[in-house]
Ligand binder design. Structure first.
Ligand SMILES: Cc1ncc(COP(=O)(O)O)c(C=O)c1O
Length: 396
């Protein structure tokens, strides 16, 4: 099968969160709305995944999963090939999704009431996991430096205290799409080691990095940093397999891994069949697909950025180095954010994520998912032009 990201595949009535909950969450009719919210793609994954599923359906028996070798080899090989990250197979711990994975790490490595540091605005399920586990959210607000986020190292020491036990790092960063540079990561890791803060590095977006930028796996920076870091990776964002709820924790330190495994054991975690197998199929056979996806996303991003900035006077889209999640700063628009959101949703009928959900500093933003056929991006821009036409006339 040819790889065709332009192809529109209807997802309505397929139990898709993104499409089939538009009514309950946004009061929008999926037949006319543009769902540009939750982070999955409207693209079919690499053909090898469909073949795997066909074979499984034909065979027909869905008993317990065993013999993890294919999965471990695929993860090991992908990390070495794509990320200069040489790992041992026994460092890999399968988890039922990354959110579940880091939530169990929070449980294993901190106590109720302890602090968990995050750089906000950040993926909204970070705060949810921290609160749901009775830990304290410590937010270090990112600085928007000319349309690009940077960490506020100056204020960091005053934010953390003895009870801050974990840093939940999003690398690359969602939202905003920053690929953290080596010097930034080093400074941050050194700070954490000095303060006895364990680093949980959520690198689910590590493969979705655009030309000109290089993702650095946090724990490759030094043996000392590796001893203090748990890395989470997955094929779910990269290859659009989120519904399988599957990922890996990579933990090189034996002591950390033992404690983490004990927590998984306490929760009765065992691998699903199709999670690891679809991951292995995508990692082993999906590289060409991914190489085509990245420039496609980049072009969608360019169209959305130029289109939104022209359509909505005062809107500014953050420079995106990674992810497929466009982060649009509405603080320069001469309207309240509630009115901007109303127009986007009720007039343009576009479902986006509201920035306030991402924590401090996100309040004036909307997040647009651009992992959709180009026609959707073009239609979104067209609708926004109409919904905000009055503002452009005023600003002329
Ligand atoms: C940073 C980050 N971590 C985790 C997830 C979700 O991971 P999972 O579906 O494997 O729990 C997302 C989804 O958008 C994400 O952006």
């Amino acid at each position: 099968m040819t790889i065709d990201f332009d192809r529109e595949v209807s997802r309505i009535n397929t139990h898709s969160l993104k499409w089939d909950e538009l009514g309950s969450r946004y009061q929008l009719d999926p037949a006319e709305a543009l769902p540009m919210w939750v982070a999955d793609m409207d693209f079919r994954p690499p053909e090898a995944v469909a073949e795997l599923l066909q074979d499984a359906a034909e065979h027909g028996i869905n008993g317990y999963y065993g013999d993890n070798e294919t999965y471990l080899t695929a993860v090991q090989s992908w990390m070495a090939r794509r990320h200069d990250f040489p790992i041992e197979k026994d460092w890999i711990v399968w988890v039922p999704g990354i959110v579940a994975g880091y939530s169990m790490a929070i449980q294993a490595f901190s106590q109720p009431g302890d602090g968990v540091l995050v750089f906000s605005p950040v993926y909204h399920a970070f705060a949810r996991a921290v609160h749901a586990n009775g830990r304290k959210l410590v937010e270090s607000e990112l600085i928007n430096d000319n349309g690009s986020y940077r960490m506020d190292f100056e204020r960091l020491p005053e934010l953390v205290d003895q009870r801050t036990k974990i840093l939940l790092l999003c690398s690359p960063h969602n939202p905003g799409g920053r690929v953290w540079r080596e010097d930034e990561l080093r400074q941050l890791c050194e700070f954490c080691i000095e303060r006895g803060i364990l680093i949980i590095s959520d690198e689910i977006h590590q493969d979705l990095v655009f030309e000109g930028h290089k993702h650095i796996v946090t724990q490759t920076l030094s043996p000392e940093i590796a001893k203090n870091t748990i890395t989470f990776v997955a094929a779910s964002k990269t290859f659009n397999l989120a519904g399988f709820m599957s990922g890996s924790a990579i933990i090189s330190d034996d002591g950390l891994r033992r404690r983490y495994n004990a927590q998984l054991h306490a929760c009765g975690i065992g691998a699903t069949r199709l999670g690891p197998l679809s991951t292995a199929a995508a990692y082993d056979h999906g590289e060409v697909w991914l190489e085509k996806l990245l420039p496609y996303l980049k072009e969608n991003e360019r169209l959305l950025t130029e289109g939104v900035e022209a359509a909505i006077a005062g809107a500014k889209v953050m420079q995106m180095e990674a992810t497929y999640l466009s982060w649009v700063d509405m603080s320069g628009v001469d309207l309240e954010i509630s009115e901007i959101t109303r127009r986007v949703e009720r007039v343009a009928k576009i479902a986006t994520n509201h920035g306030g959900a991402f924590g401090k500093g996100g309040e004036q933003y909307l997040r647009f998912n651009i992992a959709c056929p180009r026609s959707t991006v073009i239609e979104a821009v067209h609708r926004l032009e109409q919904a905000f036409a009055d503002l452009r006339k005023q600003s002329r």
